[in-house]
Design a binder for this molecule. Structure first.
Ligand SMILES: CC(C)(COP(=O)(O)OP(=O)(O)OC[C@H]1O[C@@H](n2cnc3c(N)ncnc32)[C@H](O)[C@@H]1OP(=O)(O)O)[C@@H](O)C(=O)NCCC(=O)NCCS
Length: 216
């Protein structure tokens, strides 16, 4: 278990616990690298903040962090039981909120191009065996660059497994870009099964499934 990590000049103890509302402020900076290239990255820190705080407030979500002694968040994983419901209800509220504020400035040419490309590439989307039956997701996992490759990511996955087992979820999905070597290696090393590679918004996305060995 990665209960410490070595920095240049010290060994730092780590504690894994569920995030509390007070910790949400530390989330955005840490998960931003994991979202680069996605619509979340393009829409900026304000949107990431809104989206993940909304996820965190759902009763079917789990946010686990690795904290150092001074309560600095060094790694985080965010999981949700019903991804489709979470995504659509949060996005509905978000667009409604923007419409109310007539806040159209976020629709920059870059964002509009991204949306248009996404709509076009949907038709070429490859489908995936078994994928539609599994609603639960590990949405994001991200570790501070100073303590990568020391087992923190693997420990966060263990925590997520334990939580899914506690709510009787037998399997969950993880999506990551094919080009994300570190993330794909992490999932493979931890025994996730690659379901397929699908074309999504002109990117190659690897779909992993992870079995929690829940009784149900
Ligand atoms: C992907 C990511 C979460 C992995 O986190 P991590 O903490 O580095 O993961 P781990 O340490 O558990 O495993 C990664 C490597 O460290 C090695 N490792 C594990 N424990 C170790 C230890 N005690 N000492 C040295 N190396 C160790 C593993 O063997 C593995 O090496 P490998 O790549 O040769 O297989 C991290 O790289 C990251 O935050 N990336 C940016 C965000 C991102 O892309 N997230 C995924 C998309 S949502």
């Amino acid at each position: 278990m990665a209960n410490h990590y070595r920095s240049d000049d010290a060994t730092v103890c780590l504690r894994y616990r569920e995030l509390a509302e007070l910790d949400y402020g530390q989330l955005v900076g840490l998960i931003r690298p994991a979202l680069s290239g996605s619509i979340f990255g393009l829409l900026g820190a304000g949107f990431i903040d809104y989206f993940y705080k909304s996820v965190a407030r759902r009763p079917d979500s789990y946010l686990v962090g690795a904290f150092d002694e001074s309560n600095k968040l060094l790694g985080v994983a965010i999981a949700v039981i019903d991804h489709n419901d979470a995504y659509s209800s949060i996005m509905r509220k978000h667009w409604f909120r923007l419409a109310l504020r007539a806040n159209f400035h976020i629709l920059t040419p870059r964002v509009l191009t991204w949306i248009a490309r996404g709509l076009v590439s949907r038709s070429g989307q490859t489908s995936c065996r078994d994928m539609d039956n599994i609603k639960s997701r590990l949405l994001v996992i991200s570790v501070d660059s100073d303590c990568m490759k020391q087992g923190v990511g693997s420990e966060l996955i263990n925590n997520v497994d334990e939580w899914f087992r506690s709510v009787n979820i037998p399997s969950y999905l993880i999506f990551t870009e094919e080009s994300n070597i570190r993330a794909n290696r992490l999932y493979k090393k931890n025994g996730c099964e690659q379901l397929c590679i699908r074309n999504y918004r002109s990117k190659q996305i690897v779909v992993w499934v992870r079995h929690t060995h829940s009784e149900i």
